[in-house]
Design a binder for this molecule. Structure first.
Ligand code: PLP
Length: 352
């Protein structure tokens, strides 16, 4: 007999993704553009000069300093992780094992399983009818459940709206345990909650290099928190968690603020263009502060498959609570977005 896992682990579905080799891949909220060739050269030449037989800097000092500067905080507020998923797991392990985590549903799909893996219980809190995160309800539920931690993604994935700093401030006043705001889609959203950290040391902000930096392949994320929080979470994260490539790639990109800003702006413009086009097609589309859009069609599974037949892969989120009929599309390059829009028009003509 094979070894039996903990029952909570056995009950998890595991991360699954409809994988398909398609010309137009708009299902993972990645950056549509690769790292420019000259930056790849810079990264590679720095890597060539480093010793690969040695462990990398334990806490990724160069990358940490560059990232801290890009975020406008001191380096002792930053902890680099192997993707922000590792940061989520480490925070759950540090603060929530054996206790309750309150989070929005639907929300970031990995947050609840990572909480469970860390040995926490999850109390999901429904979104409002307009699909915005219900911050009041989160605060009330956190108090009722005597929660160890509140987690929310802002902008929320897969719905796309951010909470306002004012809403988060109200939550921070009402709940005094760690409030983790996952800003994976920072950059695409005009406002960050980070400045609140000066007044609220229990606010923990997460960011990733996978979206605005366009470095999903490097697998780097980071925690921005009070230095005491960083010190505690650092004990949970294994040493040398971020490899040499991740460290160098992120350090180089963090020092290219203009390039990042320019690409982000392109995506935001394209996002609004797709949103208008979807409205013209007659599809219900939700406002987004991220690099993706959520839209509702009468027949999500059919539409998903018809798009796929035409070489366009989006994310079917129609089985999530409250999201019946919904698909999520990542904002891609202009050409990919055009391909998506024509495929959607064609798919709807077949449907009529
Ligand atoms: C809200 C949110 N947090 C975290 C992540 C994962 O980030 P990373 O690639 O840094 O693990 C994603 C990925 O889509 C996300 O949507």
């Amino acid at each position: 007999m094979t070894p039996q896992p903990r029952p909570e682990v056995a009950a998890l579905a595991g991360y699954r993704l409809a994988g398909a080799e398609v010309p137009v891949k708009l299902n993972q909220n990645e950056c549509p553009r690769d790292v420019p060739a000259e930056l790849k050269e810079e990264i590679l030449s720095r890597l060539r000069g480093l010793a690969w037989n040695r462990y990398p800097p334990m806490r990724a000092d160069g990358a940490r300093e560059a990232v801290a500067e890009a975020c406008g905080v001191s380096p002792d507020r930053v902890l680099l992780t192997n993707g922000s998923n590792e940061a989520i797991l480490a925070l759950m392990q540090t603060f929530a094992a054996g206790r309750t985590v309150v989070l929005p549903e639907p929300g970031y799909s990995m947050a609840a399983p990572l909480a469970v893996v860390a040995g926490a219980r999850v109390r999901p809190v429904r979104l409002r009818q307009d699909l915005r995160v219900d911050v009041d309800l989160l605060a009330r539920s956190a108090r009722e459940a005597e929660a160890a931690l509140v987690f929310l993604a802002s902008p929320n994935n897969p719905t796309g709206r951010a909470v306002t700093p004012e809403e988060v401030e109200a939550l921070l006043r009402a709940f005094h345990g760690p409030v983790v705001v996952d800003e994976a889609y920072w950059g695409f959203c005009p406002r960050s909650v980070l400045p609140l950290q000066d007044r609220y040391p229990h606010l923990v902000v997460l960011r990733t290099a996978s979206k605005a930096f366009g470095l999903a392949g490097a697998r780097v994320g980071w925690v921005v928190a009070h230095p005491e929080v960083v010190a505690q979470v650092s004990k949970v994260v294994p040493p040398y968690n971020v490899n040499l490539f991740g460290q160098v790639a992120v350090e180089v990109m963090a020092r290219r603020g203009e390039l990042v800003a320019c690409r982000v702006q392109e995506v935001v413009q394209e996002r609004e263009r797709i949103r208008d086009a979807l409205e013209d097609i007659g599809v219900q589309v939700y406002p987004s502060d991220a690099n993706f859009l959520l839209f509702r069609v009468p027949d999500a599974r059919e539409t998903f498959l018809r798009l796929l037949e035409r070489g366009v892969l989006v994310r079917d989120v129609s089985r999530y609570p409250m999201l019946e009929g919904c698909l999520r599309v990542t904002v891609g390059s202009r050409e990919d977005n055009d391909a998506f829009l024509s495929a959607l028009r064609a798919a709807r003509e077949v449907a009529v």
